[in-house]
Design a binder for this molecule. Structure first.
Ligand code: GUN
Ligand code: FE
Length: 419
């Protein structure tokens, strides 16, 4: 068995209200998996190499549960538009370029490298409607050792003629994509109907059948704006809620159901998500950039709904999930200030939990350092001024608010140091 021991200030959040902090401690990793944390190395480990990170922080790597790989090239552009205009003027024309494999390769190579640079090792990614380019993204994430879900996007109506599929084409191409990756391990396929306004009922029903045949989950945008929520029910008149569209098709029965934004959930949306253990993804920057409205995060968490954090690049303008942790706290304060009955302010501990352990739960045992979790870890450095001390938790908070990739001194996936 390969055993490694790391020394430093070890932090993780086993629960939304609990940050475990082990200062000046050792984390013992066996075959890439956390075995124990201790203040003194037990004698049985005599002779094992210790990597000493001094008083640097050792924290779990981040998960990004909603990100558009293909929108990497448009980050920080069109940020003065709201959703519908942003999609039509910027996003749809840009995504249509993924017909070209050369364009796709350049974009996806840069996108995957930058996620890893920012300490995101687990990601749930929307690609585009193009199967070949989506396969490339899938393989790239696999090659880099990431954990992930990758979805070939479906859109068969209300879309421009340069970015649309027929229903049959969409289902056939999706099936070929799913079949090509059957049995994959760390990166898996997921169904990705873009959102109700660009998907017909026939398409959603067909995807439900594929979910059953290939045992996969669903990733889409849900009640993300008032416009989207109204449009969904107009196009699906027999349905009582946005979530019911996916539930009735059987899309929530065979794998994780991951819903981006969830800013205006009805009681029915919440009941359905709870029944299926769905996870709602809060994407603070995107909320501020292209969506008007803030997820009632604390309210939903208090109702036992699962919450993760996402960058939603390029609705969001950056890939750093640690910054979204800070923004989630900031937005929760605004929400409480303007709508005190809707939701309350959250703590940094809670926000970090949603971005690590809770988000990581869709990939397996990642996002924490409890025994049995993969040692997918970041070493964080230089968060303290030379002339005054701050606590380990304060260093983590400062990293989320002010840090960047230069503060990530080392990265480990499954116990392997990334070069
Ligand atoms: N809704 C439909 N498509 C998109 C997209 O690409 N980004 C976001 N944020 N919302 C969407
Ligand atoms: Fe999105």
């Amino acid at each position: 068995m390969a055993v490694k021991i790391y020394h430093g200030d070890i932090l993780f959040t086993p629960a939304a209200d609990r940050m475990e902090i082990h200062e000046n401690s050792y984390i013992i990793v066996e075959d890439g998996v956390v075995s124990q944390i201790c203040e003194k190395i037990p004698e049985t480990y005599n002779g094992v190499e210790v990597v000493d990170y001094g008083d640097k922080l050792i924290i779990p790597a981040f998960s990004d549960l909603h990100v558009h790989g293909a929108q990497y090239v448009q980050r920080g552009i069109g940020m003065d538009c709201l959703l519908s205009d942003w999609l039509n003027h910027y996003t749809f024309p840009q995504e249509s370029r993924f017909q070209s494999m050369e364009y796709a390769k350049n974009c996806y190579d840069a996108f995957v490298d930058e996620m890893i640079l920012h300490g995101t090792f687990h990601a749930n990614v929307f690609a585009t409607i193009h199967r070949d380019a989506t396969n490339y993204l899938f393989d790239k994430m696999e090659e880099k050792g990431m954990y992930g879900y990758v979805g070939k996007v479906n859109m068969d109506c209300n879309s421009p003629e340069f970015l649309i599929e027929t229903t049959e084409e969409s289902l056939n191409e999706t099936e070929k994509y799913l079949a090509a990756h059957e049995g994959s391990k760390k990166v898996k396929t997921i169904l990705a109907p873009r959102f109700a306004p660009t998907c017909s009922e026939k398409l959603i029903t067909g995807l439900g059948k594929l979910a059953e045949k290939y045992h996969c989950g669903v990733h889409t945008h849900l009640v993300e704006s008032i416009w989207e929520a109204q449009e969904a029910l107009k196009l699906f008149p027999g349905y009582g809620s946005d979530a019911e569209i996916y539930e009735r098709a059987g899309l929530m029965d065979h794998g994780p159901s991951i819903f981006a934004h969830v800013i205006f959930p009805s009681e029915e949306d919440k009941r359905i998500m709870k029944k299926h253990g769905s996870i709602s993804v809060h994407c603070p920057d995107a909320t501020v950039n292209i969506i008007a409205g803030i997820m009632p995060l604390q309210q939903m968490a208090s109702e036992d709904l699962k919450i993760a954090i996402g960058s939603d690049l390029a609705g969001g303008h950056g890939l750093a999930i640690y910054r979204q942790v800070a923004r989630a706290v900031q937005l929760s304060k605004l929400k409480e200030f303007y709508e005190p009955n809707e939701s309350k302010t959250i703590t940094i501990t809670q926000a970090f939990y949603h971005a690590t352990k809770e988000a990581g739960s869709v990939f397996g045992k990642v996002g924490s350092f409890e025994t049995g979790y993969a040692f997918n870890a970041l070493v964080i450095d230089n968060m303290e001024d030379q002339w005054t001390k701050i606590s380990a938790q304060e260093k983590l908070e400062r990293f989320c608010y002010t840090g960047d990739d230069r503060n990530i001194r080392a990265r480990y996936i499954d116990g392997e140091l990334l070069k």
